[in-house]
Ligand binder design. Structure first.
Ligand SMILES: Cc1cc2nc3c(=O)[nH]c(=O)nc-3n(C[C@H](O)[C@H](O)[C@H](O)COP(=O)(O)OP(=O)(O)OC[C@H]3O[C@@H](n4cnc5c(N)ncnc54)[C@H](O)[C@@H]3O)c2cc1C
Ligand code: SF4
Length: 430
């Protein structure tokens, strides 16, 4: 059987590995280690915050090694997961179908979304357990004509304790993440090497012959018949560039800004995050307790249960780049104007909750939906492979997306990754 190397075990990588194993001998190479949720009591970071010892978001890895943060020159905090399950392990479990841009190119993912509907537990059943704050906010959104909709969540209701810690990794296993696909692939024979950072794809005579990686501190070559890169929107471009394959300066990240206020017993920190959302075109609005801002932003007062916070998530312009491993991403004037108009709506919502404008404070601008640096075009609909790639080198992550979604991308990335795997099986399996 031919060997397929899959780089990364997040949304795209795990979906591809599951689809390919059996028709290929799959080897998953993962830069991180086995994922572990943040198990400490929140009293620990709260105490550190009160002592003024938490001042740089990059220190989060000391408390929670699977979460990695870097900052752009403008100070935007970029979040990603490293380890089995990639960034899906710290997702809030939102599951939306967002393939309009791909459909416009002529890529039909109906079959793949149907499969995912059978494979992943998705529901809005959490609505029955919303706390008082969420219910009041939902009513205000409705009263303002913002058309809020309960968020479909990838999780098993019976084992979810509504602890609100989804972004810190689910302690009960109720939340679905891509480790479940990875496990299925491994049960059918796929192999996994962790602590294995792929540096480049080795190309010979216009074909990929394997990858060069660092396993621990040692350099190693892994031969392959097919290589699939799914290292995420920040890392896949780095591997491509190191392999001599240029990318496009089209990085988007879906920036997030929270608008918050003191509110006794809001208890958003103990509520399912992003319980509902209102889609306003360029941005969505959603209730969200922002742990990163709470831990690291001095404007956020101690007392997690007494903060009410709304998230603005923006579909930003594809204007950034990753160069020599450094991310360059600034908001365009249009992005900034869209965020300003979203802030105005938040001020209105919080005003209707009885909160004075002078009491508001902002979260730290952050982002965790990178992609777009080698997008599919209308010419790639049959191969699902950007033309500049050799015929046995594929991508299966958000790098392929033609535009910022401004909304949760996991389900769409997995549907696309499944389709990529089907093309590989059709064209390259024995
Ligand atoms: C806090 C947070 C909450 C989120 N919540 C949601 C949500 O509720 N719903 C939603 O749809 N989206 C959510 N997202 C976004 C979503 O998690 C990501 O967009 C998605 O996981 C990206 O999938 P991917 O396959 O492109 O990359 P990832 O899931 O990031 O996977 C990439 C994998 O590649 C590995 N890797 C990286 N470099 C290398 C290398 N050189 N060699 C080998 N392996 C490598 C990484 O360790 C990782 O395992 C959230 C993001 C964040 C930050
Ligand atoms: S709310 Fe808590 S128990 Fe429920 S899915 Fe999120 S982390 Fe898991």
């Amino acid at each position: 059987m031919r060997t397929a190397i899959v780089v990364g075990s997040g949304a795209g990588g795990a979906a591809v590995a599951k689809e390919l194993q059996g028709r290929f001998d799959v080897l998953v190479l993962e830069a991180g280690r086995e994922f572990r949720p943040f198990v400490l009591s929140l009293r620990v970071p709260e105490r550190l915050k009160r002592l003024g010892l938490l001042f740089d978001e990059r220190h989060i890895r000391l408390l929670f090694p699977s979460m990695r943060i870097r900052k752009t020159g403008e100070g935007m905090v970029l979040v990603r997961g490293i380890g089995t399950g990639g960034t899906t392990t710290m997702a809030t479990g939102n599951a939306l179908r967002l393939d309009q841009g791909l459909k416009a190119l002529g890529i039909d993912l109906d079959e793949e979304f149907s499969e995912l509907g059978r494979e992943v537990p998705i529901s809005t059943a959490h609505q029955a357990r919303w706390n008082e704050t969420t219910r009041r906010l939902f009513a205000v959104f409705e009263e303002m004509g913002l058309a809020p909709a309960p968020m479909p969540k990838m999780r098993r209701r019976e084992s979810c304790g509504n602890c609100g810690r989804c972004v810190l990794g689910c302690p009960s296993g109720a939340k679905w993440d891509s480790r479940e696909f990875l496990r299925e692939a491994m049960e059918r024979g796929a192999r996994l090497v962790t602590d294995c950072r792929v540096r480049e794809v080795v190309l010979e005579k216009g074909r990929a012959v394997g990858v060069s990686a660092k396993v621990g501190s040692r350099r190693k070559f892994f031969p392959a018949d097919v290589v699939v890169l799914a290292a995420g929107g920040f890392e896949t471009p780095v591997i491509l560039q190191s392999s001599g394959i240029p990318c496009e300066p089209g990085l988007f990240v879906d920036p997030v800004l929270c608008v918050a206020a003191p509110w006794d017993n809001a208890l958003q920190n103990k509520e399912v995050p992003m319980a509902f959302a209102a889609d306003r075109g360029r941005f969505i609005l959603s209730p969200y307790f922002d742990y990163l801002s709470y831990f690291f932003n001095k404007d956020w007062p101690p007392g997690a249960g007494n903060i009410l916070s709304l998230m603005i998530k923006l579909a930003d312009a594809p204007s950034g780049t990753v160069r020599d491993g450094r991310v360059e991403k600034a908001l365009t004037p249009e992005d900034t104007a869209a965020i300003k108009s979203a802030v105005d709506v938040c001020v209105d919502i919080l005003g209707r909750m009885g909160i004075e404008k002078r009491d508001l404070f902002f979260g730290t601008l952050n982002a965790g939906h990178p992609g777009g640096m080698l997008p599919l075009t209308g010419e790639d609909t049959k191969t699902l492979r950007p033309r500049r790639l050799p015929e046995n080198l594929f991508l299966a992550d958000a790098t392929l997306l033609p535009e910022a979604l401004g909304k949760p991308p996991i389900l769409t990335i997995m549907a696309l990754a499944k389709k990529v795997a089907k093309v590989i099986r059709r064209d390259l399996a024995d």
